[in-house]
Design a protein around this ligand. Structure first.
Ligand code: BGC
Length: 358
């Protein structure tokens, strides 16, 4: 658990705090600077409390970190928009560019860098964060109001619900970017984790990770996780591996096998050595899997452990990257009068084998 006093400070004139949600077995800590999940503590097979997300011990460390995506909400648009450009209703828009030639995770001053208003609800064991993004922010049209509620349920599920409204049509696709390591320490690699994903297809990309627009089968590729595979099975420690489309390993958008927008099982992550398993359920059409292949080991995290290549992975429920430029992808345009909804559930348990679950 992180110490609350290490997070109490004023940022941009607003109070920053650390909020803790608990149930009988779990604890989740969230800070309103960027809505970051700071710690997520679950019991392992022996009942030992294990913090399964990356992070830092103080807000000072978050503010100076090289990797700004350690645990936060990202948006307005999670992942990339090619060259930060899109057209909508005969207008061309230019977003901020912050990742090579592209716009990534909402831009140079995205949701991850904002102070969110916080409301803690003891009766629901939840925390609601709210942020008003003004028209033109990072180049996006429309005034957008976002509410994100984190609820810790009795069955060891952390549920995150997003809602949003706008006064002009705008691309909108937020997500959250915890780096998971089920070992509970970044000194051990995520390559030993097993992953199973309910996806028969993925969206291949070019060399700067922009989708080509194709939706192709995972069959016969290292992206085939329809049955559980160890993450390191088809990658190599130097990142020079079979996943050519991801650069440093897996950085890939899965097209989830589902119809409609109901909540359904997307993936399971499992670490055999301590028995910790996590199911991910969502109503979103895509799941981005990034195995931390480009993390360079400069950030010093909790307990002084380095954030290194393959020491944390992201599994982000969302729409497909660069959707505003691909009419064949599900639409990400939020319109006035509509309410955006997105739910993700991270459910934890211990088990002896992942295959029992599926
Ligand atoms: C993206 C990666 C990116 C990372 C930043 C992931 O969501 O897919 O390409 O490097 O976020 O932390």
């Amino acid at each position: 658990m992180q110490n609350q006093s290490c997070f109490d400070t004023i940022i941009g004139g607003k109070q920053n705090s650390l909020y803790t949600l608990r149930n009988a077995e779990m604890a989740v800590q969230i800070t309103n600077y960027g809505g970051r999940i700071v710690s997520l503590i679950v019991p392992d097979r022996n009942g030992t409390p294990t913090d399964v997300v990356w992070g830092f011990e103080s807000i000072r460390d978050y503010l100076k970190a090289e990797d700004v995506y350690a645990g936060p909400l990202v948006g307005r648009y999670g992942n990339r928009i090619a060259q930060g450009r899109f057209s909508l209703d005969n207008h061309s828009y230019q977003l901020s560019i912050n990742n090579g030639p592209n716009h990534l995770h909402g831009g140079t001053d995205g949701f991850w860098n904002k102070m969110w208003d916080a409301q803690y609800s003891p009766e629901n064991n939840s925390l609601t964060l709210s942020y008003f993004s003004p028209d033109g922010e990072e180049g996006y049209p429309g005034n957008v109001m976002t509410h994100v509620t984190y609820t810790l349920k009795k069955d060891n599920a952390l549920q995150i619900d997003y809602t949003a409204t706008t006064d002009q049509p705008t691309p909108y696709n937020p997500t959250i970017h915890p780096y998971f390591n089920l070992h509970g320490t970044t000194t051990q690699s995520i390559n030993s984790h097993y992953l199973q994903v309910n996806a028969s297809h993925f969206t291949p990309t070019d060399s700067v990770l922009i989708p080509t627009g194709e939706i192709i089968p995972v069959e016969g590729t290292p992206a085939d996780f329809r049955t559980p595979h160890q993450i390191g099975e088809r990658t190599s420690e130097d990142g020079n591996d079979m996943m050519k489309f991801g650069g440093g390993g897996y950085d890939i958008n899965f097209v989830l096998d589902k119809t409609g927008e109901t909540l359904s099982q997307a993936a399971t992550l499992y670490e055999p050595s301590n028995g910790i398993a996590m199911d991910i359920l969502t109503d979103q059409p895509g799941l981005q899997f990034y195995n931390g292949g480009c993390i360079n080991g400069t950030d010093v995290g909790k307990r002084g452990d380095l954030h290194r290549r393959y020491s944390g992975l992201a599994l982000e429920t969302q729409h497909f990257p660069d959707s505003p430029n691909h009419p064949n992808f599900p639409s990400t345009i939020l319109k006035p009068g509509e309410t955006y909804h997105h739910t993700v559930v991270f459910r934890f348990y211990v088990t002896d084998t992942i295959s029992q679950q599926h």
